[in-house]
Design a binder for this molecule. Sequence first.
Ligand code: SF4
Length: 309
Amino acid sequence: MSRRVDLKVGFRCNNYCHFCVQGDKRERLPAKEPAELYRALEEGRAGGATGVVITGGEPTLHKEIVAIARRARELGYALIQVQSNGRTFCYEAFCRRLIDAGVNEFGPSLHGSTPKIHDFLTGAPGAFLQTVSGIRLLKTLGQRVITNSVITKTNYRDLPDLARLLVALGADQFQFAYMHMSGRAGENQRWLAARKTLIEPYVKKALDVGIAAGRTVMTEAIPYCRMSGYEDYVAERIIPDTRIYDADCVIPDYTRARVDEGKARGPRCAECDWHDVCEGPWREYPELFGWDEFVPVRKKAVAAAGKGS
Ligand code: SF4
């Protein structure tokens, strides 16, 4: 039984992110028909799901996005989230239609604290202004906003400033996700991917900003050995069981798919005290950078060293 359905409604997008994982699906695949999407929503509910994340591509470009949200509400989903690049959230009438249809959580993405960084990474001049305006607008409409930011070589030094901006905008929760080097992100990995040892202090400073402001914060795809002292913020601990309606297949258990196919553990991971719960990095990471940054953690040794200091 999956608690959540991830419903990909189509892969068109008005951004062209350098770190996009969806490859050429935007050109190859048409938007899914409403009937197919409604069937997926029904199947998910019958399987016990209480939450749906409507995503893509950019789901707000789907002509029937409002009807899809309404159908989810009719079926009894308690959580209805739209995960988006956030640009269309700057239009108040559109946001009100989504809210009236039943959307009760908004998941825009923001990848930098300045137009220069965000617009470069998303390949879309003006995107920063629209997404930031969208977050501000949704908060004035009393909505819950949870954001995602992809960590790359272009923006990792900016993460603390980005966190300060997200706090100022009123985001309820923010997540920093290490880029997954698949699709376009895979093509760009040599200039876009940063080593995890390099990003670590900036990620932790950015988390500190959110923690001090009382926001829910987390990271994704950064194993515990690079999160020392911040292990509670590893998102993989709490990602709900999710059934994904992908481009042309259904992934019944996303956690299993991540662990069995998406992620990898290294030659020394068996020695680590986090071994049973850690998913490891996306498997493309060690193919590029090797395993030397992933050093097994001995929790007892860490605790003893803490007492001695
Ligand atoms: S199991 Fe491996 S990747 Fe995970 S925290 Fe331990 S050393 Fe790091």
